[in-house]
Write a protein of this length. Sequence first.
Length: 76
Amino acid sequence: MANYELYGTRGCPYTQEMREQLEWTGKEFVEYDVESDSEARARMLQLTSGRRTVPVLIEDGKVREIGWQGRGCAIG
């Protein structure tokens, strides 16, 4: 079974859409809010080579998707 991590923000509608898709398809995942969790933000930036767009979906430790259906929210 794949291990999924979702990096996003509460204010990003695309993070919400990706979360809903993961839930709809029955995937278990851990979610991190990169606005309130500086360690999660640092991990996300390392995984994405510094890309500051959420949501980011990680599967088994590797980036599977940045943004949701070609859209995303920039983080500061």
